[in-house]
Structure formats: structure tokens, C-alpha cells
Design a protein around this ligand. Structure first.
Ligand SMILES: Nc1ncnc2c1ncn2[C@@H]1O[C@H](COP(=O)(O)OP(=O)(O)OP(=O)(O)O)[C@@H](O)[C@H]1O
Ligand SMILES: [Mg+2]
Length: 399
């Protein structure tokens, strides 16, 4: 368990926190000028409040068009879209901004504006006073795992791709909208950063419970992030709208099974989360602590390394004892060099992370990056084996 330290929630005003709102599309059609068949042909769909719904489907099937009609970046040719019962056509631009955040690939930040200014765009348009905006920016940067003091004054070009994407997410959440729309948000980053960003989104969602509609063409991402998945074929025609479990276990037709791909037992593993695996407790240390005491504690517990935490219980580093021996007090570490796993990460992610770790395990975090414990290779592979056996039970006899 995490050592409890008094942490003040940066957002003092939690009273304006809104949970997600239901989105309902009724017979929505979009026909672009000159198009023979509509890009979106009579789409009807209810997205429950507080859930993540993933839109997947082949290129050109109408995902982006469907998404953009929700916040009227594209006007439907016909049909109705309601958010929380209210027709979006009857909402002013301000109301829509307040209700719907929008995040696209790469964050699409304004290059000439600092991180702070980028995040503050919508709150400023809504007329928030500068103290409230400033507090909000800090809170959001903290939420997306960026140290406000370090990053709020930077320009987008001074950030990595993953950091820019985090700022993009922060900007989408700035006005605390009940609905967040995301179009291939993690498409442009390397696989490890992508996994981290996915984990962060899950962790943020655990805290905020927004209604999130997210477009991807990666079925694995859809399975990992979605409470439900909408699989679309051309014309935004719904092939299946279901939970990831059901899409994998009972694909509606050949189109869906082809899209989901073979090896679906393997894919079942990407449904399993780190949270299901028993975590090992681990010796922790605070920055500035006396190393001799820390080493004694670790040795007594039989640990060759300690997890160093910051003042808020977030892991910074995982040094071996030999790296601590020549120091009087525990030094600080750059947390960006430590590859942690969110407890919602999949077991596939866990294996990937552990394969790149020299510790044969990985540091697991929960909400706001709080340290939860360590997951090791054996417990993950044991858990996977159990799942596989459970999946095979009732199936063909094994050799
Ligand atoms: N502004 C436009 N004018 C005319 N046709 C368009 C326009 N935008 C999109 N389309 C067409 O509408 C269809 C759906 O496009 P959309 O961008 O919604 O697809 P998508 O599913 O998001 O694809 P991708 O996965 O490639 O992003 C495509 O056939 C596309 O060519
Ligand atoms: Mg698209």
C-alpha cells in the first residue's frame, strides 16, 4: 500500500465537477457536396454517460465525420444529436465549448503560444478570471503528469511528441466539459509513449468519469480503452456496438471477425489488467532520507533496489542499493526516465515494460501516479497462464 501523505487536491473548487453526459445520435446523415453515397448514412447510437466509447473501422468509413458532428465542427445533413437531452443545434458556441472538449492527433497546439496559453484558450473565451484560469492550468498539467512549474511557460516546440499530446488532452479538458471527443489522439507517438498516454487517459477517466468518444483504427487500442466499441463499415454503418469482451468472444459477422483479426485468445490477454495481478510490496524511500537507514530496511526485506517517492507518493526512480551506497541521502530522480505502469495497463503492456526493465518487474501506479507496488514477471506470466487455461476449459482437449 501507498504511504499516505497529506495531499491537497490542486483543484480547490470541486463543486463544478460534472460527470459525463449521455450523447444520442438519431438518424444522423452527412452527405458532402458531390458525394454519391453519404459519408454517414443514418447513424443512430446512444453513448452512455461516463463511458469511453471507441469508434473503429477502415479508413474513410466516416469516423471523423461522425465525431465532428457531435460538436458541430461539421453540420449534419439531417438527423439529431443530443447531449444530455439537448439538441446540439440549439446550443450557442459557448455552450458547446463548455460541454464538449476536443483532442486530435499531436495535440495540435498553437506554436506561438506557451503551454499555459494553449490550455487557457477555452476558459478565457468563457470569461474566467485569471486566478481561476491559472489554477485550472496547474491542476490540468498535474492531472496529465506534467510538472506545472517546469512546463507551463514552455512553447510546444520545446516539448516531446508525447508531452504535446498530454497538453492537448489538458486543453480538451480545460473547461471541465462532460464530453470529450478524441480523434486518433495517440496515433503519432512511439509505442511506449502511446501506451503511457493510454494508461494516463484511463487513470484520468477513473477520476473524472467523462463521456469520451474516441476514434482509432487500432483495434487493440479500442479493446484496451473502450467500455464499448463501435465497429463501423463504410457509410458509418454499425457492424457491432458492444463491449470489448463481446466483440472478441462473439463477433457479429465476418466483417467484424476480420477486423478484430485472428489470435483472439491472445487478444483476450489484452483485456486483462495489471490491477488483477497481485502486486508485491516494495521498500520505498523518500528523497533526502538517510541512505544507511533505507539500505538497512531494503536488506531486511530482501530487496536489492528501492522505489524512491516524491513528497506526494509518486515514484521517481528505482535505484539499486549499490547505487545508493556512495550517497549520504537519497537523491532525487527524473521520473520521466522511470517507465511505470498504470494499474489499468494491460498484461501485454506489462510484459513489454518488463522486457525493457533490468529489474524483472515494473513499478505500478494508480490515480495521480501514486505508487501502488511492483508487479513481477512471474506473477504476470502465471496470471496469463491461468487465463489461457480458463479460456480453454470446455474447448478441445489439450495435448
Ligand atoms: N470535406 C469533405 N468533402 C468531401 N468528402 C469528404 C470530406 N471529408 C470527408 N469526406 C469523405 O467522407 C468519407 C468519410 O470520411 P472520414 O474523414 O469521416 O473518414 P474516417 O473514417 O475518419 O477515415 P480515416 O480513418 O482515414 O481518418 C470519406 O469517403 C471521405 O473521402
Ligand atoms: Mg478520420
Amino acid at each position: 500500500m501507498t504511504a499516505t501523505h497529506e495531499t491537497s487536491t490542486p483543484a480547490a473548487d470541486r463543486d463544478d465537477a460534472i460527470s459525463g453526459a449521455e450523447i444520442r445520435l438519431e438518424d444522423v446523415v452527412k452527405k458532402y457536396p458531390g458525394q454519391k453515397s453519404p459519408a454517414v448514412d443514418s447513424l443512430s447510437l446512444t453513448i452512455p454517460a461516463g463511458e469511453i466509447v471507441m469508434f473503429v473501422g477502415p479508413s474513410g468509413c466516416g469516423k471523423t465525420t461522425s465525431l465532428k458532428m457531435i460538436n458541430r465542427l461539421i453540420e449534419p445533413t439531417s438527423g439529431t444529436i443530443r447531449i444530455d437531452g439537448q439538441d446540439v443545434r440549439q446550443q450557442s458556441p459557448d455552450q458547446l465549448r463548455r460541454h464538449v472538449g476536443y483532442v486530435i492527433q499531436g495535440g495540435s497546439l498553437f506554436p506561438h503560444m506557451t503551454v499555459e496559453k494553449n490550455i487557457a484558450i477555452v476558459p478565457k473565451l468563457l470569461g474566467w478570471d485569471s486566478a481561476r484560469v491559472s489554477e485550472r492550468v496547474n491542476d490540468l498539467l498535474d492531472l496529465v503528469g506534467l510538472d506545472p512549474a517546469k512546463y507551463r511557460g514552455r512553447y510546444p516546440r520545446e516539448l516531446s511528441g508525447g508531452q504535446q499530446q498530454r497538453v492537448g488532452v489538458a486543453r480538451g479538458l480545460a473547461a471541465d466539459p462532460p464530453v470529450l471527443l478524441m480523434d486518433e489522439p495517440f496515433g503519432a507517438v512511439d509505442p511506449i509513449t502511446r501506451q503511457r498516454l493510454q494508461d494516463e487517459l484511463l487513470s484520468i477517466q477513473r477520476e473524472l468519469r467523462k463521456t469520451i468518444v474516441c476514434v482509432t483504427h487500432d483495434i487493440d487500442e479500442a479493446i484496451k480503452l473502450g467500455d464499448r466499441i463501435v465497429i463501423l463499415r463504410e457509410g458509418a454503418d454499425i457492424a457491432q456496438y458492444d463491449t470489448p469482451e463481446n466483440v472478441l468472444a462473439a463477433p457479429a459477422d465476418d466483417f467484424v471477425s476480420d477486423f478484430v483479426g485472428s489470435g483472439s485468445t491472445l487478444k483476450q490477454l489484452s483485456l486483462a489488467r495489471v490491477a488483477e495481478v497481485e502486486l508485491s510490496e516494495w521498500t520505498t524511500a523518500r528523497v533526502g532520507e538517510d541512505t544507511a537507514e533505507v539500505i538497512a530496511r531494503a536488506e531486511q526485506a530482501g530487496h536489492g533496489a528501492v522505489v524512491v517517492l516524491d513528497g506526494r507518493g509518486r515514484p521517481l526512480g528505482w535505484p539499486w542499493l549499490r547505487q545508493l551506497r556512495n550517497q549520504r541521502t537519497v537523491p532525487t530522480y527524473d521520473h520521466e526516465k522511470l517507465h511505470t505502469l498504470d494499474s489499468r495497463a494491460t498484461l501485454n503492456d506489462a510484459l513489454d515494460t518488463m522486457l525493457t526493465s533490468t529489474h524483472g518487474g515494473a513499478v505500478v501506479t494508480g490515480d495521480r501516479d501514486q505508487f501502488l507496488g511492483v508487479v513481477d514477471f512471474t506473477s504476470v506470466t502465471d496470471h496469463m497462464r491461468q487465463l489461457e487455461q480458463a479460456a480453454e476449459t470446455g474447448g478441445e482437449a489439450r495435448g
